[in-house]
Design a protein around this ligand. Structure first.
Ligand code: VAH
Length: 317
């Protein structure tokens, strides 16, 4: 069903990922199935993603991406494809090549082919061990010690450059750990906050790969999807940050998460076996000051740990 009112043409790159798979559905509800092209480099988009146009294109292949842009003439591009923190540490060269190679392709092609708006995800991973870890400010030290974090800081500066130099309306959010039930964890350090729900229901226990006192900023996916769309729909004059906005909903420890899950899954037990991802988590903030997003474009979160857990358990069951 196409929505005659909306002549928007949106391309979502990374459509089968954790964010992309839910963002495509939301954007199609808003603008019509045919107005949103789901693009993935690997698997052909299936299920809901196949309800509208979908293509298999590797965004690091500039010619293939150019041909896609020329065929669909998008006015808006959400570029979500990339390697996450844990996967990135296993192959840093590939993390740089994919994350930065694809972003520069998207920015150049958007500038040259008349795309009006671009969204690109940054992350709290842009911060490092020398960043204040509590209530981390919007403007502060960005010296990450993961390759994923290096690509996030680089990407933020590229986004700001294409706005300042070419007037390309690029917008970005520093997502916290995102929790959803629709896609399996994808190689992130915060994957424990997703896996615990599935494992609790599947076999009644979970072995965290971080320690019980590990505190990280987190957000339920519906809040993240809404923040993304609200940011992109805000009038340009309200957008004062052209690197990437701090964004958060809550912070909790692995132990607090385990306790909330146990309240919903009787007999649930857990253990803690920190691995290499503990060092990554320890280099990130414990909580985020996202007052700039709340002031500039009216951000407010809706899900706290209790409400998210109830929804996660209900939907996984
Ligand atoms: C990761 N989920 O763990 C991502 C995210 C803040 C964490 O960037 O790599």
């Amino acid at each position: 069903m196409t929505n005659p009112m909306s002549e928007k043409k949106i391309v979502v790159i990374g459509a089968t990922g954790q964010i992309g798979s839910e963002l495509v559905v939301e954007l199609r509800k808003k603008h019509g199935d045919q107005q949103v092209v789901a693009v993935s480099s690997r698997s052909v988009p299936k299920g809901e993603l196949a309800n509208g146009p979908h293509e298999t294109v590797d965004a690091t292949d500039r010619d293939a991406l150019k041909s896609l842009f020329e065929r669909h003439c998008p006015d808006t591009v959400y570029h979500l494809a990339g390697l996450l923190s844990a996967t990135g540490e296993k192959d840093p060269a590939r993390a740089w090549a994919v994350n930065i190679g694809s972003l520069t392709n998207v920015l150049d092609l958007s500038r040259d082919l008349g795309v009006r708006q671009v969204f690109w995800p940054s992350s709290i991973a842009a911060f490092g061990p020398t960043t204040p870890r509590d209530n981390t400010p919007q403007n502060t030290v960005l010296a990450p010690t993961t390759m994923y974090g290096v690509t996030k800081v680089t990407g933020e500066l590229l986004c700001q450059y294409y706005w300042v130099k070419y007037g390309l309306d690029v917008r970005s959010l520093r997502y916290p750990g995102l929790i959803s039930y629709k896609t399996p964890p994808g190689g992130g350090t915060t994957d424990y906050a997703v896996a615990v729900y599935f494992e609790a229901i599947r076999n009644g226990n979970y072995d965290f790969f971080v320690g019980p006192d590990t505190v990280l900023p987190m957000m339920y996916m519906p809040d993240a999807i809404r923040a993304t769309i609200e940011l992109m729909e805000a009038p340009a004059e309200k957008i004062k940050v052209r690197t990437s906005y701090n964004l958060t909903a809550m912070s909790f420890s692995a132990e607090e998460l385990a306790k909330t899950v146990a309240d919903h899954v009787s007999g649930f037990s857990c253990s803690y076996s920190p691995d290499f991802r503990q060092q990554i988590a320890d280099s990130w903030p414990r909580s985020i000051d996202d007052s700039a997003a709340r002031k500039d474009w009216g951000w407010k979160h809706e899900y706290d740990l209790e409400r998210m857990t109830a929804e996660m358990i209900k939907n996984i069951k």
